[in-house]
Write a protein that binds this ligand. Structure first.
Ligand code: ZN
Ligand code: ZN
Ligand code: ZN
Length: 175
């Protein structure tokens, strides 16, 4: 499967190199199009092809059967761990092998901003249902004591509000 030889369905030009977004999703842009960080606009052909992210094998074992777990990222950026001994039978429409799946709730990205409370770095936290907040990198959760630890600074972002300038927010919607 050599995806780099694909042609743009809009203008027929070759597709450009595969690039990775800040959230780990991969895409290929039309070679006739480019992202202008100054104007926050696409220039030229706006075709973008989203690619499946290949599963990564993890250094963790399935709690059910002991096979290695793999990390899979969906097209919408949600992450899950699943058992490498399991797979999906497309014809029978059912799971075969081990069915262990663990959704990873939320992702964290490092921000280049300082916490107004304590001066440590902030991180951008995205919950499993897509809500986003900035919080202090020193904050954590003590599972045993069931309470928050570290700095408690949190700033929820409004839907659509952007903090990172990687261009991903401005890409055309996925087809
Ligand atoms: Zn094109
Ligand atoms: Zn398993
Ligand atoms: Zn703080």
């Amino acid at each position: 499967m050599d995806q780099t030889t694909d042609k743009c369905p809009k203008c027929g030009a070759a597709l450009g190199e595969i690039t990775e977004t800040a959230t780990g999703r991969r895409l290929q842009r039309c070679s006739q199009g480019s992202w202008n960080p100054q104007t926050h606009k696409n220039e030229g052909c706006e075709y973008v092809k989203w690619l499946e992210v290949e599963p990564k094998e993890l250094d963790e074992k399935c709690p059910k059967c002991g096979a290695p777990l793999i990390l899979q990222v969906t097209r919408f950026g949600k992450k899950m761990k699943k058992c490498s001994a399991g797979s999906w039978d497309k014809e029978a429409k059912k799971a075969i092998g081990c069915d262990y799946v663990e959704w990873i709730n939320g992702t964290t990205e490092n921000l280049d901003e300082k916490c107004p409370k304590c001066g440590e770095k902030l991180v951008l936290f995205t919950t499993a249902n897509g809500k986003r907040m900035k919080k202090c990198s020193t904050s954590g959760w003590d599972r045993e004591a069931k309470k928050a630890t570290g700095c408690e600074y949190v700033l929820w972002l409004k839907p659509g509000e952007t903090v990172s300038d990687n261009g991903e927010e401005f890409l055309p919607p996925e087809e």
